[in-house]
Design a protein around this ligand. Structure first.
Ligand code: SF4
Length: 334
């Protein structure tokens, strides 16, 4: 029983939820997001293609996960009317070049590529002007207008094969990745002009990062991508070391007797390896080997892109037709 002198406490009732007063963001319900994406992709006849460097939850939702070459192949053969590209801009452009009649979505248009940004179409035209009759081989990590100036497109998985197939005696420009170029020159013996470009993520991986993980995991085998800045120095100390494209890493991890691997590329590759090679252990070379462009794609913006069928990636027809030729050569060779 309350005494007469005891004050009455008045508790104000909030007019809006506390989380709004505090301006807290409610985390999206992941199960609901997944259900929405499932429903939308059926309704819109859409396929989700995800690169090996995507976030784990995005890789899990994808119809296909792979490298640039594998994704290009999937884009070329899909019956879906809509392609949601969980990757970066040049990859969505490649899908649009292969499928001008389809709707190609990139859920966040800011997802670019530091390597693709190092090369312009004018840069290639300038090289051609000084090397009449020369052949231009560009890594698939380039913009559509750069591809339109190229003779061949390559990925890390088929660059050696493509360069081996080139006629002898002609000047060759290999662009834009100088580390992949060094790998191709080592493997083929072909002398080429090399564009001075690099991916900021792979270039930042240092030999000390690799050596630190080797000291911590002495039984682990190295899986090194040829785009890595550390590859030349490591090869200097282990000349017999093989370099692997991301798809090559999966093949090697399956067949190698090793049970643990140090994965020397972007960290997303660990997710793909753990899924495709269960029972073995994969250790990222460095937690900071993380591409912020790749990680811009999320379940939320995939859902939103399917709702709105935006943002779309298109390529002007005049550029598309010229860019198609080197891409088709890449698909035919490797
Ligand atoms: S990891 Fe490097 S090459 Fe790949 S998308 Fe990111 S910036 Fe481009």
């Amino acid at each position: 029983m309350k005494s007469p002198n005891e004050p009455t406490l008045v508790v104000p009732r909030p007019q809006v939820p506390h989380r709004d007063l505090l301006q807290l963001q409610v985390l999206p319900d992941e199960a609901q997001l997944r259900a929405d994406i499932e429903r939308l992709r059926r309704e819109k006849n859409a396929v989700i293609l995800a690169h090996n460097y995507q976030r784990p939850e995005v890789q899990q939702m994808a119809d296909f996960v792979g490298d640039s070459l594998g994704l290009s192949r999937q884009a070329a053969k899909t019956d879906a009317e809509v392609i949601v590209f969980a990757g970066v801009h040049f990859m969505a452009e490649t899908a649009a070049i292969l499928n001008p009649e389809k709707t190609v979505l990139l859920p966040d248009l800011r997802a670019g590529c530091s390597l693709a940004d190092t090369l312009t179409a004018q840069g290639i035209r300038d090289w051609k002007a000084g090397n009449p009759g020369g052949l231009v081989v560009t890594y698939v990590n380039t913009t559509a207008d750069v591809k339109a100036e190229s003779d061949y497109c390559v990925t890390s998985g088929n660059a050696v094969q493509v360069v081996q197939s080139l006629p002898q005696g002609m000047p060759v420009l290999f662009a834009p990745d100088r580390y992949l170029a060094a790998h191709v020159i080592r493997e083929t013996g072909r002398q080429m002009d090399v564009w001075d470009g690099a991916c900021h993520v792979h270039e930042a991986i240092r030999p000390e990062d690799v050596q630190g993980q080797q000291a911590a995991y002495p039984d682990a085998e190295l899986l090194i991508h040829p785009e890595c800045g550390c590859s030349s120095k490591i090869l200097g100390t282990i000349p017999e070391l093989q370099l692997y494209s991301t798809e090559g890493m999966i093949g090697r991890a399956k067949t190698s007797p090793a049970q643990a691997f140090i994965v020397v590329t972007e960290t997303g590759m660990v997710t793909r390896l753990e899924k495709d090679v269960p029972g073995k252990t994969f250790i990222p070379v460095s937690r900071t080997a993380c591409c912020e462009y790749m990680k811009m794609i999320t379940l939320e913006n995939i859902r939103d892109s399917l709702v709105n069928l935006q943002p779309r990636v298109t390529v002007p027809e005049e550029i598309r037709v010229r860019a198609l030729k080197p891409i088709e050569r890449m698909l035919a060779i490797g």
